[in-house]
Write a protein that binds this ligand. Sequence first.
Ligand code: ITT
Ligand code: MG
Length: 212
Amino acid sequence: MTDTLHENDMATTSQAVVLASGNAGKLREFQELLAPLGITLSSQADHDVPEVEETGLTFVENALLKARAASRHTGLPALADDSGLVVDALNGAPGIYSARYSGEHADDAANNRKLLDALRDVPEGQRQAHYWCALVYLRHADDPAPLIIQCGWKGDILSLPRGEGGFGYDPLFWVSEAGMSAAEMSRAEKNRLSHRGRAVAEFIDALKADNA
Ligand SMILES: O=P(O)(O)OP(=O)(O)OP(=O)(O)OC[C@H]1O[C@@H](n2cnc3c(O)ncnc32)[C@H](O)[C@@H]1O
Ligand SMILES: [Mg+2]
């Protein structure tokens, strides 16, 4: 990236934004993806934003609920990500329930175990899935025209976990184009290919156009 381009990016996008998420893995990925643009991203925990109930039935509805609550509470523009894993053989489960698949206080390990169990009898070749990311940006809490970006990432669900990186279902998410699981990728590689990485790239373009 040239200095000129960098300065230009800073000029068009430099601003304070709250990330409406309590997920440390997401926060790390967003900070890496947005830092070069001069966006100062704080997490909702920094502002004591109360956790909002994700009562929507789609990713985009839940992202809107999270972004609106964070923006209302902080007075800042808010970015929210609602994402999850959609498995064909499970009729789209765990879907919007990905974070709470094995219970309200589920952790990644328990969710992964439940997924492996649900797919116990599903043979290789029928274990297609995709991650989905709905990204919502509200300029203020009553913004009637939010920026909304949605991206998917195709993969297959492994029978055994592989890799230590990433978070969530990454050790079970096999990416054939890369020849490795999402948890075996470098952070840069995951950001380049993933549902969230590509949604953020589109978001950056949309924000630049918005600020132009
Ligand atoms: O709602 P917030 O506070 O942002 O945090 P969360 O973890 O509850 O987030 P979601 O409601 O959007 O649920 C997303 C879940 O989907 C899974 N997931 C989403 N993106 C993922 C990724 O890149 N790698 C692995 N798992 C992912 C993972 O289980 C997440 O907890
Ligand atoms: Mg959540």
